[in-house]
Design a protein around this ligand. Structure first.
Ligand code: NDP
Length: 333
């Protein structure tokens, strides 16, 4: 068995030399325990943001889809798949009873049969990013049919999902993403009303063009200056779901952004940050809603699949640089 241990704090982009890959022996299973083998491991932006707070060395955190390869627990037979916050490791021994209902970004779950879809969806639209989109949009933005939603990071795992839910709820949906190809995908494949390349477009002109009735809901995945501009273009009583601030995760200094309190005051905006584990007790509701949309053809997905346990860091960096459309995952073997 192998695992990644973080031995140096990230400086700028994560590097292979920030980690050590450690070999470990696996003990015998005790009653109630299972042994799982990682099939897909997730790379997520929070990994870059969170690892600054741990005492080193520390096992690398992260969600997995893993196959049960040995079991001393009848409820969890060999051959079934589970998800869990197992970290960047090839094999895991655990007692599911100790993990159920524990807070965390990838709660322990026995996966239902997802055929014809890949099990990796449990790290994407049917997992943590899917629930972030579902609860973040519904509970924080509370969009009404006919309203305009703007999404940054729109072609990523969370953003591409938020936009599709927005369309399912009868809203006008505008996305900002980092390439023309991503924007084309959002408009042509996912039904976004408009998508703009934030790297090459003037944000104000894009908003005037894409959101003629201004913005009622802003789902903020990136933070920074673009968020200030969007918030200053909102309607009275607009709602902002502050989901992430990826534009500054690699920066050692806090970002310098325009002060936008006047917009918040005079438009009477509601700006709320959230973490998806707030809805840990409603986790299944989100997964079911997303699964129903998937079955009804109302939720599409794309994955950027990196290959090989040795390429975890390359995958994390690739995702942070924007190589992915949809969810970035690593296929372990
Ligand atoms: P994504 O799949 O969206 O991947 C990250 C994307 O961020 C890249 O593809 C890239 O796309 C974009 N990006 C990178 N650098 C910048 C930048 N400087 N400015 C703008 N965009 C940038 O990741 P997720 O969907 O998993 O996460 C999206 C956001 O949601 C993150 O901020 C994350 O931290 C947050 N999040 C929050 C959760 C919560 O509980 N609050 C839970 C899950 C995620 P592009 O080509 O468009 O630049």
């Amino acid at each position: 068995a192998q695992k990644y241990v973080l031995t140096k704090y990230f400086q700028g982009e994560p590097k292979n030399t920030d980690f050590k890959i450690i070999e470990e022996d696996l003990p015998e299973l005790k009653d109630g325990e299972i042994l799982t083998e990682a099939e897909y491991i997730s790379v997520d932006p929070y990994m870059r943001a969170y690892m600054v707070g741990y005492k080193l060395p520390v096992d690398m955190i992260g969600g997995q889809v893993a196959k049960i390869i040995a079991s001393r627990n009848e409820t969890y037979p060999v051959g079934k798949y589970v998800t869990g916050s197992f970290g960047w490791r090839s094999h895991t021994i655990c007692n599911p009873e100790n993990l159920k209902g524990k807070p965390g970004f990838s709660p322990f779950t026995l996966l239902p049969d997802l055929t014809p879809h890949p099990v990796s969806l449990a790290l994407g639209i049917l997992g943590m990013p899917g629930n972030t989109a579902y609860f973040g949009l519904k509970e924080i933005c509370k969009p009404k049919p006919g309203e305009t939603i703007v999404i940054t990071g729109a072609a990523g795992a969370v953003g591409s999902h938020v936009g599709q839910i927005g369309k399912n709820l009868g809203c006008r949906v505008i996305g900002f993403a980092g390439s023309d190809e991503k924007c084309k995908y959002l408009e042509k494949e996912l039904g976004f009303d408009r998508a703009f390349n934030y790297k090459t477009t003037d944000i104000r002109s894009a908003l005037r063009e894409g959101a003629p009735k201004r913005v009622d809901c802003y789902f903020d995945n990136v933070g920074g200056e673009i968020s200030s501009t969007i918030m200053s273009y909102m309607n009275k009583y607009g709602r902002v779901a502050v989901c992430g601030s990826i534009s500054s995760y690699n920066d050692p200094q806090p970002p310098k952004v325009t002060i936008l309190q006047p917009a918040i005051v005079f438009k009477e905006l509601k700006v709320e940050g959230f973490l998806v584990d707030r809805w840990i007790n409603r986790w299944e509701e989100g997964v079911k809603a997303n699964l129903d949309w998937l079955h009804d053809g109302k939720l599409k997905y794309q994955e950027k699949i990196y290959e090989g346990f040795d390429n975890m860091v390359e995958a994390l960096v690739g995702m942070l640089r924007g190589e992915n459309t949809g969810k970035a995952v690593v296929k372990v073997k």
